[in-house]
Design a protein around this ligand. Structure first.
Ligand SMILES: [Fe+2]
Length: 374
């Protein structure tokens, strides 16, 4: 997922806490989670403590055949005419669901890409009496924009099946994380809402033009710029081609390989904070120079309750998460200074979808500009 950008002076995005300077992404074999838990938990520990990323294989429901069907639906979706895609634009959804262009994203996260954003299927929030609905609720709650079944036969069913499989993976992974951290499962449960709240995007990275390739600096052309995932405990994703890179603790970029039937899961800053730095949120990017053809990736984030503050758990107080946290850029500092986490989350979301947000939320957009968040 895109997130914490870094447009200030360069800061080391790696940590120096005697961690392994990894040169590959650990494999976590779900098949041994029951047959050989000791091996499984060592793989999981290495993925989340040493690297911050794991390539999960043999995850039930994520076999290569299923993933290829999903990518075939993505192919069909993105080969529709631009006018068809614009008809389901995020600019037509108060909850910013639907189609958008990555070229519209301001700053470092601008990417030669298009995307289709989904979230939990909820009704449009209705005001109680005269009470005005706060903008962050409108941004959070609403229906998805599904294409007409006649236009995209089987698309909705396939994508909703993917989401069900993702949540099943997330719920099981939460249990494994609790076992690994030796904390009660209820501790993580408290961070989630009563219903499954999630965000997902079908990203479509487009092949670079020769002009774009000519802008390469240090082996990188603007794709999804380097960042760490700011607002989630962790994310999981499937991908159709390589292109994702992770920065090791010596500052070198390590390719995330394409493993058939694999699911990549990575730690977000919130889980890093919760564990006092025991788990690491690692800087990553999409290097479009690595993509010879277009690339699909579908990340899924099981969202936590925005209003619940994330602080190191008692057993991890004194950890070094805060110490090694990369200083955020001034815009992020101003964003973080907003006290109400719901309002803060709302502004953060606006910044990710500038084209739609300017149109749908002109008042809040102007306020964000005034505050120097944008
Ligand atoms: Fe990300």
């Amino acid at each position: 997922m895109n997130g914490e950008s870094k447009d200030s002076a360069p800061t080391p995005s790696f940590v120096s806490k005697n961690q392994l300077v990894f040169d590959k992404i650990p494999i976590v074999d779900w098949a041994v989670s029951e047959s050989d838990p000791a091996i499984f938990y060592e793989q999981l520990r290495s993925a989340f403590e040493d690297v911050g990323f794991g390539m999960f294989i043999n995850v039930p429901g994520f076999d290569d055949e299923f993933q290829q069907k999903i990518f075939a639906h993505a192919d069909q979706l993105y080969s529709k005419p631009q006018a068809w895609k614009d008809a389901i634009s995020t600019a037509k959804s108060n909850a910013l669901r639907g189609y958008f262009r990555g070229d519209d994203i301001a700053g470092d996260n601008k990417a030669h890409s298009e995307g289709y954003r989904f979230g939990t299927e909820l009704p449009v929030p209705v005001a109680q009496g005269d009470e005005e609905i706060p903008f962050y609720r409108k941004l959070q709650e609403g229906p998805n924009q599904w294409p007409a079944e006649a236009d995209m036969p089987g698309f909705r069913l396939a994508i909703e099946t993917l989401f069900e499989r993702y949540i099943s993976l997330n719920l099981k992974l939460n249990k494994h994380i609790c076992t690994l951290l030796d904390i009660p499962e209820a501790v993580l449960d408290e961070y989630y809402t009563d219903f499954v709240d999630f965000t997902s995007v079908i990203w479509h990275y487009l092949p670079l033009t020769p002009e774009m390739q000519a802008t390469a600096k240090n082996g990188f052309v603007k794709g999804m710029h380097e960042h760490r995932d700011p607002s989630t405990l962790y994310n999981c994703l499937i991908q159709s081609r390589p292109g994702l890179q992770v920065q090791n603790h010596a500052g070198e970029w390590i390719d995330v390989p394409l493993v058939k039937g694999g699911v990549v899961c990575n730690i977000g800053l919130q889980l890093m904070k919760l564990t006092g730095g025991k788990f690491v949120a690692t800087t990553h990017r999409v290097n479009t120079l690595k993509i010879d053809k277009d690339r699909y990736t579908i990340p899924y984030a099981f969202s936590t309750r925005l209003e619940k503050p994330v602080l190191p758990l008692p057993k991890f107080v004194g950890g070094d998460a805060a110490k090694y946290h990369v200083p955020p850029n001034p815009k992020i500092v101003r964003l973080l200074s907003i006290e109400n986490p719901l309002v803060r989350g709302g502004y953060a979301r606006l910044t990710l979808f500038p084209a739609a947000s300017k149109k749908l939320y002109p008042k809040e957009w102007a306020e964000a500009k005034e505050m120097g968040i944008l």
